[in-house]
Design a protein around this ligand. Structure first.
Ligand code: ACO
Length: 377
């Protein structure tokens, strides 16, 4: 028997921390933010209200929400240094890498950089939530030698991002579609990026450093990077008539199908019905149902052949495509929404901290005799 019990690979099933932010009921495929069902939040809330809920632990009053919206939109203006540093990056820089750099500059220009107090962390959280979409849109234009479109304070969080990206104010349906996807992406318990953020915070490092850790963790295709890969797959499939054969071939080659499967939800992702509905509606509204038709065939074949279900990333990909969002921005947008959960978790970690430092189960050779270099041959 080992001295310590060894968990399953990938820490599957391990409860790593108490948290009052999010609860996942894997048996019933249900998800709750601060005790509120994702079904109610996706149907009735806004991103701003959900962000307030995640940070403060309660739904805002009308006055509190108005105030929160004002603070959030007033913080949209980036420090000049951020744009300046973005201009120094090679144009081909991955937008997730640019995001890490920009968040580092936000830290360097923050008056509260060194403080982990609740009040200062709250200020930093609001600024990060407000500014990450602004950074993404700014870097997109800068990397194409285009003029950065200034943020507006009169638009919602989602509408302002689309405005800064496309240079025109989106209609209500379009901005609501993005708003709902941001609610769905905002938080998800101890997923890899949030856990990584909590590890960094547990060393009493600062919020920006923990967020940079999280961005780097989200970037991988097994986590946030899946939404971009899923869209690339749909484009490669090209038309509904080719979907079944394409997937059968991918399965026979033992390829991972991006946007399918989940560590926790084995019976289906509770966020999927909402994003699927959005993707379908966007397609019908724009008279372009091709991506939805391909997606439904892919979903059916993977369920039949592998018993796997789509996760949030799958239908997000075609929804974002129809919102005319460039593919390279899908994972950054995921980060821009999830920074809400990350910052809530960083504050929770700082409020009741103990260093996260697990043990390794050593599997290498033991007690080897050191041979001096000259005698090694
Ligand atoms: N395509 C094909 N096979 C898959 C997939 C998939 N998407 N997901 C799991 N499997 C198979 C594996 O090959 C493995 O089969 P085997 O036992 O025959 O080898 C089995 O299912 C178990 O796979 P694991 O990787 O051990 O399952 P885990 O719980 O660790 O995986 C994960 C979860 C990483 C999300 C996985 O399902 C995957 O790689 N999905 C694709 C990437 C993706 O969509 N990521 C987004 C996650 S959700 C989010 O970030 C919003």
């Amino acid at each position: 028997m080992p001295e310590h019990p060894v968990p399953k690979a990938g820490l599957e099933g391990v409860i790593a921390s108490d948290t009052a932010i999010c609860n996942v009921d894997e048996e019933k495929s249900e998800l709750y933010y601060r005790g509120y069902s994702i079904t109610d939040l996706a149907r009735h809330s806004t991103f701003e209200e959900t962000a307030f809920l995640l940070l403060e632990g309660k739904l805002p009053s009308a006055k509190e929400l108005k105030e929160f919206h004002k603070t959030l939109s007033a913080a949209r203006q980036l420090p000049a240094e951020v744009e300046e540093v973005l201009r120094w990056l090679p144009p081909a820089t991955d937008p997730m890498d640019a995001l890490k750099v920009a968040v580092g500059v936000l830290e360097a220009t923050s008056r509260e950089a060194d403080s982990n107090s609740f009040a200062d962390n709250r200020k930093k959280a609001i600024r990060l939530i407000s500014r990450m979409p602004v950074i993404i849109a700014a870097q997109y234009h800068i990397s194409r030698q285009k003029t950065v479109i200034k943020p507006r304070t009169d638009l919602s969080h989602a509408a302002n991002f689309l405005y800064m990206l496309h240079g025109k104010e989106p209609d209500d349906f379009t901005s609501k579609a993005l708003d709902t996807s941001l609610i769905l992406y905002a938080e998800h318990e101890l997923n890899a990026s949030t856990f990584a953020a909590r590890i960094t915070a547990s060393t009493l490092s600062d919020m920006h450093s923990a967020v940079i850790t999280a961005i780097g963790t989200l970037k991988g295709p097994l986590h946030g990077g899946a939404n971009e890969k899923a869209m690339e797959m749909l484009i490669e499939i090209g038309e509904p008539g080719k979907a079944e054969a394409w997937i059968q071939n991918a399965i026979s080659r033992k390829h991972r199908i991006m946007g399918f499967g989940h560590r926790v939800y084995k019976k289906g992702d509770p966020r999927n019905p909402f994003i699927k509905k959005i993707a379908g509606k966007l397609g019908r509204r724009l008279g372009n149902t091709r991506w939805f038709e391909i997606s439904e065939i892919v979903e059916k074949v993977i369920d039949r052949e592998k018993g796997l279900h789509p996760n949030l990333d799958f239908y997000s990909s075609s929804a974002y495509y129809l919102l005319d969002i460039p593919i390279s921005l899908y994972t950054p947008l995921f980060a821009a929404a999830r920074v809400t959960g990350w910052t809530a978790h960083i504050m929770e970690q700082h409020a009741d901290n103990r260093l996260i430092r697990p043990r390794g189960n050593y599997t290498g050779p033991k007690k080897r005799k050191y041979v001096p270099l000259k005698k090694r041959g």
